[in-house]
Design a protein around this ligand. Structure first.
Ligand code: GAL
Length: 349
């Protein structure tokens, strides 16, 4: 008797499911209809990094929009790893214990993703790495690993193009009139994919555009404005107004260089050309007021939307087609150049 009624319940359940999926049209939508809440865990390498903090703000506002479009509550947990890989590993463990459906990781050390990958694989929770790119072999270690970032080499090429145009077009860019662009570089973290590629491609592009260059010096300033100011102050002490160009791997370091120029009370006409990358709010402001000759837009909105959409589909078991995945694993957003003529368009974003 008991067994009989039990099997009836099961068969009614199966029939209801079948009717349900016919009405829903596809099982994906059926699942989406049933899901009320998803939980996304995020950990960033340093919450005080200007570009990353703006990207996270965009991510949160896209999540809010998605919630109202879908009616599914999106709970987000955001952690700051504060520059420690072991802290970040612990945060991922906590997010897995909290039953996050997907984990988004801005690695502290892009060569050390192993602990995170192993933990996530064990719990079968997908991981979206972003901005700090792990090597391909690591991303290949499990099928549920993804990377969202930008086409790093493009940013270097565009920065070089802006600098070469400035040399040709801006009166006084070649301060000593020797036909050579004397430059210094402010580099991001040693070993970061963007720092390596930007430094290399910006310089080679200036040369390819027919401008002769001479490197005076460089300083590693870890994407950081205050560190860049210190390095630039030292370089100014050594080379003074011989410096005709500052190639900064990001806007915050370009602004640090400008802080140093202002603190040194160098006359405005004697300033070198300063170029950055990112198009952060403060970077755009500096292009607008003429402190920076230009910057390169690192599409934080595009990257934030790509992370959110991928995280959402992975969480509901939805479709990944149409998300722009290359090789089923990578989403890379393009960069664009920003000069005084189009800076207003970017300020409205
Ligand atoms: C770069 C960005 C830098 C910094 C870095 C952190 O893409 O240009 O400003 O945010 O990522 O990994």
């Amino acid at each position: 008797m008991k067994r009989g009624s039990g099997s009836k319940i099961i068969s009614i359940g199966v029939i209801l499911c079948l009717v349900g999926s016919i009405l829903a049209g596809c099982s994906g939508r059926m699942r989406e209809d049933e899901i009320k809440t998803i939980r996304i865990g995020v950990t960033v390498y340093d919450q005080y990094d200007t570009f990353i903090s703006q990207l996270i703000e965009d991510f949160k506002s896209f999540a809010g929009e998605k919630e109202s479009q879908t009616g599914i509550a999106i709970n987000i947990e955001i952690y700051n790893a504060a520059g420690s890989q072991s802290t970040q590993n612990g945060q991922v463990e906590a997010m897995l214990d909290d039953d996050c459906n997907v984990i988004c990781v801005n690695l502290v050390d892009r060569t050390e993703p192993t602990t995170i990958i192993d933990m996530a694989e064990k719990r079968n929770v997908p991981v979206i790495f972003f901005n700090r790119e792990l090597v391909e072999e690591d991303l290949e270690r499990w099928e549920q690993l993804y990377y969202v970032g930008a086409k790093a080499f493009e940013s270097g090429i565009m920065e070089g193009e802006i600098a070469a145009e400035a040399f040709k077009d801006l009166p006084g860019a070649d301060k000593n009139g020797d036909g050579v662009f004397q430059y210094v570089v402010l580099e991001g973290e040693a070993g970061h994919q963007d720092a390596i590629v930007r430094t290399e491609y910006s310089v080679s592009t200036i040369i390819e555009n027919g401008v002769e260059v001479e490197k005076l010096s460089y300083g590693i300033a870890n994407w950081n404005r205050a560190q860049a100011q210190t390095k630039m102050t030292q370089m100014l002490g050594e080379y003074g107004s011989q410096i005709e160009l500052v190639l900064a791997n990001n806007d915050d370091m370009a602004l640090g260089a400008i802080d140093a120029l202002k603190a040194a009370e160098l006359e405005r006409e004697k300033w070198p050309v300063v170029v950055g990358i990112d198009g952060t709010d403060v970077g755009l402001e500096a292009v607008k007021n003429g402190d920076m000759a230009g910057t390169v837009y690192n599409d934080k909105e595009g990257q934030a939307a790509a992370i959110l959409n991928l995280a959402y589909e992975l969480s509901i078991g939805g479709s990944l087609t149409g998300l722009g995945l290359e090789d089923g694993k990578y989403i890379r957003l393009p960069y664009s150049k920003i000069g005084p003529d189009d800076v207003d368009d970017y300020m409205k974003k």
